[in-house]
Design a protein around this ligand. Structure first.
Ligand code: GDP
Length: 459
């Protein structure tokens, strides 16, 4: 691994979210974490205590008691960062937290940068880079599936797969390089047929992984969804219906009072994010005609279209034509017929043969389950097996996998052309480099900064 500018000082940060809470946690990591805390702590001598113990006492600035706290000790290397770590649980007032932080900084700690605890954990070998990234995903996870995928990656599932591929390639690279050591002598330690088979095999695994990103991206970032349709089709009624059902679920869980995030709904573990719904959520009596341009702008940001129409004022032919005009790029589109409560049986059956159509009454909430199922089907979740399949959720990994793939193409070409061992070896090295970037066997300071500055401070 490339050497990193790695400061070995002691860092401190507030680990809990800002604002008033029952408790807040300040975390320190580094060689002086315990001694700095001990210098302001009235209670047991922390320097003599065992790892993984908790101590009650007060934090004092001189004579002044700032708070009663619990101090958790983690002695190196048995901690998240593998350094000495102290977690001070104090009362959750921003004022107290600020006072304690200032005191720790005065006593020699430095304010941690974003993600610095996790960066230290990575640099000290606690886990690899893909696992470190999964920590951030886990913190950000907001649905059952994003949680599941993040926790699997954090526990090393994805990393193992990458490392396995890498180990096989390393073997061949070293065999070829051994040949080079023999210079002019005509020896071949690396069986070219085997190498070709291996590379084809690795490429097919990479293709699977790259394909999984379609779903991985959906799981992590949600599905940008638009509802389009003529004025009065019932778009805002439908949106409100979906959002209200979701709100009901959230507030039914005892003890949850979290703020509802506008215009997102979670169906079957997938977050559907409704784009540009401001217009829809305005008062319904002010019907504004949404211009064609505006609709197209919305469509360009979306990956799923709900086309809603008023069944009582439409014909199947009309609907078909509109859909074709609306969706030249053939994005996944769900046609939804609204106001079935007012439709005659004859009208309903006229639409009965239309494929991919869900018939609902947004006002009465009829057929909403069928609508949700159809939305899930559109994002193809049926094919997903999160338990067994490795799912790539990270754009950085996609980039590295693509680079690996094309380096492997070059190896194959080199083999086909009977190129010399040193050229083939160079291409294999390139593939290894890109694969290694995923798990962090290969890193640069820039790469690490890029990753860890996206973390929150205190993690
Ligand atoms: P938008 O212009 O597409 O956003 O349409 P709105 O949601 O404002 O609805 C237009 C009108 O249709 C309102 O008067 C709604 O009450 C009515 N509406 C919406 N959904 C239904 C439905 O399922 N059945 C009936 N009968 N009326 C509906």
């Amino acid at each position: 691994m490339i050497n990193h500018t790695f400061s070995n000082d002691t860092i401190a940060a507030v680990a809990t979210a800002p604002g008033t809470g029952a408790i807040a946690v300040i975390r320190l990591s580094g060689p002086e974490a315990i001694s700095i805390t001990n210098a302001v702590f009235a209670g047991k001598n922390l320097l003599n205590q065992a790892s993984h113990t908790i101590h009650f006492g007060t934090i004092r600035d001189g004579e002044k008691v700032l708070d009663e706290v619990l101090v958790s000790l983690f002695v190196a290397p048995h901690s998240y960062t593998r350094e000495n770590v102290v977690e001070v649980s104090c009362h959750g007032s921003d004022f107290i937290v600020q006072q304690l932080m200032q005191l720790f900084l005065k006593k020699g700690a430095r304010l941690a940068n974003a993600g610095e605890f996790t960066k230290r954990a990575f640099l000290n070998g606690q886990f690899d880079l893909a696992q470190a990234e999964a920590v951030a995903d886990l913190i950000a996870s907001d649905s059952a599936l994003s949680h599941e995928v993040a926790i699997k990656q954090m526990r090393g599932g994805f990393s193992q797969e990458i490392k396995r591929l890498r180990a096989e390639l390393v073997h061949f690279a070293s065999m070829i390089e051994l040949e080079l050591d023999f210079g002019e002598e005509d020896v071949e330690f690396a069986d070219r047929d085997q190498l070709r088979t291996l590379i084809l095999n690795i490429q097919s695994i990479i293709r699977e992984l790259l394909k999984s990103f379609e779903l991985g991206n959906v799981i992590k970032n949600g599905v940008p969804t638009v509802i389009v349709g003529k004025p009065n089709a019932g778009k805002s009624t439908l949106l409100n219906k979906l959002l209200n059902e979701e709100k009901a679920i959230v507030s039914d869980v005892p003890g949850t009072t979290r703020d509802f995030i506008e215009d997102e709904i979670n169906i079957g573990g997938i977050t559907f994010r409704f784009i540009d719904t401001a217009g829809l959520r305005e008062t319904t009596d002010k019907v504004e005609k949404i211009g064609v341009e505006r609709t197209h702008q919305k469509l360009s940001q979306s990956s799923l279209i709900i086309y809603l129409f008023d069944i009582t004022t439409s014909s199947p032919e009309e609907v078909q034509t509109e859909i074709e005009e609306l969706n030249p790029k053939k994005l996944p589109l769900l046609a939804v017929a609204n106001k079935i409560d007012e439709a005659s049986a004859a009208l309903l059956s006229a639409f009965g043969n239309m494929e991919n159509l869900v018939q609902i009454s947004a006002a009465e909430g009829a057929n909403m389950e069928a609508l949700k199922q159809a939305l899930m089907d559109k994002v193809n979740l049926g094919k997903l097996n999160t338990q067994q399949q490795t799912i790539v959720t990270n754009l950085r990994h996609v980039d590295s996998l693509n680079k690996t793939y094309s380096a492997l193409d070059d190896v194959l070409n080199g083999l086909a052309l009977g190129m010399s061992g040193d050229l083939v070896a160079a291409d294999i090295r390139r593939a290894l480099y890109s694969l290694g970037e995923i798990t962090g066997e290969i890193t640069t300071d820039d790469l690490l900064d890029n990753i860890f500055t996206k973390f929150c401070i205190g993690k």
